[in-house]
Design a binder for this molecule. Sequence first.
Ligand code: PMP
Length: 520
Amino acid sequence: MAIGLEEREDVRTEIAEIVLTEVRGVMPKDLVAQLSLDSPLSALGLDSISTMEVVNRIEKHFGMRFREEWLYDLETCADLVDCIARHADPAAASKPAAPSTLAVGPPPAATASIPAPHYDVAQFPECVAFHERLAGAAAAGLENPFFRTSQRVRHRVATIGGREVINYTSFDYLGLACHPEVIESAKAAIDQFGCSAQASRLVGGNHSLLEELDDELAQFLGTEAAIVFPSGYGTNASLFGHLFGEQDLILYDDLAHNSIALGAAASRAARRSFPHNDASAVDELLRDVRSQYRRVVVAIEGVYSMDGDYPNLPQFIELKKRHHALLYVDEAHSMGVLGNTGRGVCEHFGVDPAEGDLWMGTISKALASGGGYLAGRDKLIRYLQYTTPSFVFATACSPPNAAAALTALRVLREEPERVERLGDRSRLFLKLARDCGFDTGNSHDTPIVPIILGNSVRCLQVSHELLGQGINAQPILYPAVRESAARVRFFITAEHTEEQIVRTVEALAECVAATEGELG
Ligand code: PMP
């Protein structure tokens, strides 16, 4: 029997060198001195996206593909070495790396030697592994909680499987998605402009509703200008690579949304995440490295959607000024939610928006529609509207979407009591959940309440049991969060009644107690 790679010390040393080279190529330059086989990848500034970049480079180098479950255990460079030594094909490992340029010359005679998983999509190893996992979960009797289909949604009540349930999975914080005026305006917009914007805003898709929405958003937020993008995700994913390049550094919160992390990864800037909400860690970092870069941007969120907490904005403003850095705030979950009149995290802290640099948000949550926006100084916003790829090269937000957001914004301005009601309902839910002894993490003063159970299987069961009791709440499982932080997450809206909240927390307590028994 051939000797495995993991038993050959010479090969392990070679693998270790390659791993360290690839990690060095991806990690922030100022941490290179800390690089060793035993240092945790997170301490080397590698988040999940940059770890995947290392893995992709390694896959190319060793002609192997990492199965998803191997990724769960990768904490250090030494873990990567072990994984490669255990799974790489010795023959492939000793082959030189595949050339990165396109092969030229006559086609090889024997395409028959190309393995099927390289061209048959159903045999892609990641697809095979994924389907095995789904089948495994089904075989263990676990109901799949994803893609639950609603046949109808009216405010906080959804019809799922023909049955009405109280819904806690909706971003419609202010209950405006089914507001009669919002619905009427969307219908009227279809009559006036049709269903689609039919083109990018730059070249024909710029209908008057969008211009009104830009202006009214800027007024509401208190910024010089604002511009509505077709997608919130696309706004983040495109902006960072557009504004920041090789000489720059992007710092973002550990819990920042995937669109921010991906946007940073897609840029050519150095990037690094920092401990959640830790302004002093950012301060320290900037003290050490600010001068090595041209632009440095700190990206945070107004409210974090996994945990329902928010940053201390004045601290970030103070440090960004002191270090001559830029501040980017994603207000997807704070706009319409924080502040007495729903103007977001600035209003909550009494901060003038002119003190930040870019305020990103979505019209898909409190504004009851679909799309994103960027708000800030007029000079920058005008430049971005002519140049940002996800704005310039994407079909604009549709007329009914623009109309819905515009009307929702007007209703919000006229009925700020919706924000107050949202706050009351959220506080009630949080209080009752805490009174029951649930771990609600850092959630406070926001409509997002995680019930942390620390066990993915249990979260699946609780979510399933709750559905049986007419309550729809999603489990958030490993690897979306650490296993010890697996949770069932509740989004409260201004439309939930006090009775519904009381009943929900009672049902939750029952379901959690029942699964305790089941798991022994
Ligand atoms: N930022 C944050 C913080 C989000 O939670 C989301 C999506 N929920 C987005 C951006 C993307 O926005 P959209 O869904 O409007 O594309």
